[in-house]
Design a protein around this ligand. Structure first.
Ligand code: HEC
Length: 313
């Protein structure tokens, strides 16, 4: 009792006297007084110290807030978080959007960017029927060979072919783009911070460089790109192409659709994963209730027993 009361008195000096009284010893009051540094200080001094503390804390808070407010003006702009329809825990990708996004990729981005890990057969059942996907594949020329005479030849694509690379090799790609290599877009949403948010911001973010910033010849200003100067010119303008489903092809619509398409390309298991999560949650909640019931059942004997001590007679 003595020790515990002492420790309590040290912990809360403010209620020292009350505790001292309840403990009923003069030693306690005396001991706890030794731990107080403020006790002998004049009231005015305390007030000055408190005021200094408040002013100092306020100044530190202000400095922190000011520092935070200028953080965004680092070398690049951080992308906003957009309200994608597939954001929900159980929401699938928008497949009409994937289909439009494929059209954007094919008509605009494919001029410079490869997607070497995506095959035409991957589109089947996702954005296209099998016949449509075959037709898409037939539309590209694939290098094949050698034939019987040892010659390489070109043939129309098949479902099993991967999206063709617009350039024969990286060197050709670089020389056609002022030395910048257009990255393969198959996994780009997983390869960049912000994923599809970043792609959308990047594609719609082109603007004039701010005062005092100049970009080298052949580079373009984009605040979302690290460093601000990107080797890719703005690719999307209103009406650069037409959608087959009649959706007005505004720059932001195309940017959104191609972002969803690239999200699907990088995570084709996205919808299955969320469906599986739903099944797993249902299964686990069932198993949990059964397990809980059995646990209560098995332990009932032990939990409801009463232990009594019978002193020897
Ligand atoms: C005229 C050729 C060209 C076209 C068309 C083009 N790009 Fe690019 N893209 C480039 C080049 C070159 C780079 C490399 C830029 C660099 O590293 O400075 C690039 C880079 C990128 C990057 C990577 C940026 C990063 O963070 O590294 C993304 C994402 C991208 N492009 C998406 C697209 C999409 C989506 C389209 C279609 C709407 C498209 N591009 C159309 C040439 C092009």
């Amino acid at each position: 009792m003595g020790i515990i009361a002492k420790m309590a008195a040290v912990a809360c000096r403010g209620v020292r006297t009350v505790l001292g009284k309840s403990a009923g010893t003069s030693i306690l009051t005396h001991q706890s007084a030794k731990f107080s540094t403020l006790r002998d200080m004049a009231t005015a001094r305390k007030a000055v110290l408190a005021a200094m503390g408040v002013v100092g804390g306020g100044a530190a808070g202000l400095a922190y807030a000011l520092n935070q407010s200028v953080k965004a003006s680092d070398l690049e702009l951080h992308t906003a978080k957009f309200p994608w329809s597939h954001d929900g825990v159980f929401s699938s990708l928008d497949h009409a959007s994937i289909r439009r996004g494929y059209e954007v990729y094919k008509n605009v981005c494919a001029a410079c960017h490869s997607m070497k890990y995506i095959a035409f057969r991957n589109l089947v059942g996702v954005s296209h029927t099998e016949a449509e996907a075959k037709e898409e594949a037939m539309g590209v020329q694939i290098d094949d060979g050698p034939d019987d005479e040892g010659m390489m030849f070109k043939r129309p694509g098949k479902l099993s072919d991967y999206f063709p690379n617009p350039y024969p090799n990286d060197e050709a790609a670089r020389s056609a783009n002022n030395g910048a290599l257009p990255p393969d877009l198959s996994y780009i949403t997983s390869a960049r911070h912000g994923g599809e948010n970043y792609i959308f911001s990047l594609l719609t973010g082109y603007c004039d460089p701010p005062a005092g910033v100049s970009v080298r010849e052949g580079l373009y200003y984009n605040p979302y790109f690290v460093g601000g100067a990107i080797g890719m010119a703005q690719a999307l303008y209103n009406e650069v192409m037409e959608y087959s489903d009649g959706t007005p092809a505004t720059a932001s619509q195309m940017a959104k659709d191609v972002s969803v398409f690239l999200k699907w390309a990088a995570e084709p298991e996205h919808d299955d994963r969320k469906k599986m999560a739903l099944k797993a949650l249902m299964m686990f909640s069932m198993l949990f209730s059964i397990t809980y019931y059995i646990k209560r059942h098995k332990w009932a004997v032990l939990k409801s027993r009463k232990i009594a001590y019978k002193p020897p007679q």
